[in-house]
Design a protein around this ligand. Structure first.
Ligand code: CUA
Length: 152
């Protein structure tokens, strides 16, 4: 009888201790957010220039491509530059890990949520280069691609 009545008391103490611990953790998070100004990091795709993904012409023959990967496409997925152009690629992901590879170039990046990866390529021959996702990203992976068109 004494043992039976003791068990609930122990459980109550454990429950109380865990509630106090959880309250202390919430208090620390609130303290960090309000008094120290520390906030939880936001997704990179919520800030410029990665809200949508775009190709920016910074000078004649010089481009910046801000590429956002998501299941199962790239934005932009059609990039058009003139022959001899140099393109800086900044690549991130909106959801899960994807790949970003441009055929017949050295560009081979991972598109990672919360991070931006960089590569540069020069396009000296007119024609088309395929962009491929080379990281298996579930059912639509095989169709996740884009094109770079190099005009004469
Ligand atoms: Cu995206 Cu495979």
């Amino acid at each position: 009888m004494a043992i039976n009545s003791a068990v609930p008391n122990v459980e109550k103490k454990v429950l109380l201790a865990s509630l106090m611990f959880a309250a202390a953790m919430l208090g620390l998070i609130a303290y960090a957010a309000i008094r120290l100004g520390i906030s939880v990091p936001t997704c990179i795709t919520n800030v410029k220039p990665f809200e949508e993904g775009e190709l920016i012409r910074v000078a004649p023959g010089r481009y910046e491509a801000h590429v956002v990967a998501k299941t199962w496409s790239f934005k932009p997925n059609r990039i058009k530059v003139e022959r001899g152009s140099v393109v800086d690629f900044y690549v991130t992901s909106k959801d899960i890990v994807h790949g970003f590879m441009i055929d017949r170039t050295n560009v081979n990046l991972m598109a990672i949520p919360g991070a931006v990866n960089y590569a540069q390529a020069r396009f000296d021959k007119a024609g088309k280069h395929q962009i491929l996702c080379h990281e298996f990203c579930k059912s639509g992976h095989d169709n996740m691609m884009g094109w770079i068109e190099v005009t004469p």
